[in-house]
Design a protein around this ligand. Structure first.
Ligand code: FE2
Length: 374
């Protein structure tokens, strides 16, 4: 028995104004300082229902920990909202999912958030997620990632009950996103699409979402990088990233994410860069087990990137958009990378992405995959 799960999605020009039509009175907004500085919080507030009052938690750090969440949930409880909004990138949206859960159920331990436990949420409020980057797909997934206190490991909390009631995809919120972040986040979404389409849990629904995501992002990311104000292209990348999130949330990720998470724990590099760095390697390694999936994805890319195999197509595309293909271009010191090799391998082996990848890699095969990007 399988399920397809997704929030209701509001998308396109003026999507934010949907908030105006809702009947909420007390709204807690979870976001971060950069979003506030960029004026996006003000943009959102203009579209809140007229009669409503709001409170803002605007200091969500990057990669929040459990104590970061606990410290902030008390103020939300005191305010007693009937709507929680997460506005931002993956960190703010994952924080909003966690805060929403602990606000609804103060008696819960955060690690009770697993698919096996009935959480009985939504007695007090609803959850809306609004991304301000086009990449993580968190607005559509049923997982939230919290870091360990020392930031060496990430814990994934997952429950169908933490899926947002609505995801709002308004391209105006990503219009001013700098080129580097537009690229880093979009290559993360491409990795979600490729891994969702090919992993061992792939299914009818995830295949369709992954393929469309691949088409939208590879068509429009180069346009966005050349012409950042092109709202039509922004919208395609934004919707595509969300569709890629829906795809992996309804199937799984794969080995590029396992390896990327491991690299990210050792070196502080944006998540998208770490996973996309390994993606062509992983695709080449898994080709024998996922030939049809990879071919279907390649055929969704613009014609000039259809190279005969997806690994080469991705390399060419990544070169064109400036995504690094080796550690040197990620500013990682080679000797430091080699010194950490054993630990890089063992952390990657612990990740679920390695198990659900179309082809499982042994430790020695993982070592080769890690070495191939030196
Ligand atoms: Fe990712």
């Amino acid at each position: 028995m399988w399920f397809f799960r997704s929030p209701s999605v509001v998308f396109g020009e003026d999507a934010l104004s949907f908030l105006n039509t809702l009947d909420f009175r007390k709204i807690a907004i979870i976001t971060d300082e950069n979003i506030k500085k960029a004026g996006l919080l003000d943009m959102l507030r203009k579209d809140l229902p007229e009669e409503s009052e709001s409170m803002v938690v605007s200091d969500i750090p990057e990669e929040p920990t459990l104590s970061d969440i606990k410290e902030r949930v008390a103020a939300v409880r005191e305010f007693a909202p009937d709507l929680v909004i997460g506005l931002g990138g993956g960190s703010s949206m994952d924080a909003a999912k966690s805060i929403f859960t602990l606000y609804e159920r103060p008696d819960l331990d955060i690690y009770d958030i697993t698919p096996m436990v009935k959480l009985n949420l939504r007695n007090k409020s609803r959850l809306i997620l609004i991304p301000t980057t086009s990449g993580t797909g968190s607005e559509c997934t049923w997982a939230a990632v919290l870091s360990d206190e020392d930031h060496t490991r990430k814990n994934e909390l997952a429950s169908p009950e933490i899926i947002a009631d609505y995801a709002i995809l308004d391209p105006a919120l990503v219009r001013k996103l700098p080129g580097g972040i537009s690229r880093n986040t979009a290559v993360d979404a491409i990795t979600h699409a490729v891994e969702a389409r090919s992993n061992q849990w792939r299914n009818y629904y995830s295949d369709i979402f992954a393929e469309k995501a691949m088409e939208l992002i590879t068509r429009s990311l180069p346009v966005v990088l050349k012409d950042p104000d092109n709202l039509a292209a922004r919208e395609e990348v934004h919707v595509g990233a969300s569709m890629a999130g829906t795809a992996f949330s309804n199937s799984q990720i794969g080995l590029a994410h396992a390896m990327g998470h491991s690299l990210g724990a050792h070196f502080r590099i944006p998540h998208g860069i770490t996973v996309a760095l390994y993606l062509p390697q992983v695709v080449e390694f898994s080709e024998t087990e996922a030939k049809d999936s990879y071919h279907a994805l390649m055929m969704k890319m613009p014609e000039k990137y259809r190279k005969g195999n997806l690994a080469d197509s991705l390399r060419e595309f990544f070169r064109d958009v400036g995504q690094p293909l080796n550690i040197k271009d990620c500013n990682i010191d080679e000797s430091e990378y080699r010194e950490n090799m054993e630990s890089l391998i063992s952390l990657a082996e612990e990740s679920t992405g390695g198990v659900t990848n179309p082809r499982e890699a042994s430790s020695s095969q993982l070592k080769i995959l890690f070495e191939n990007v030196i």
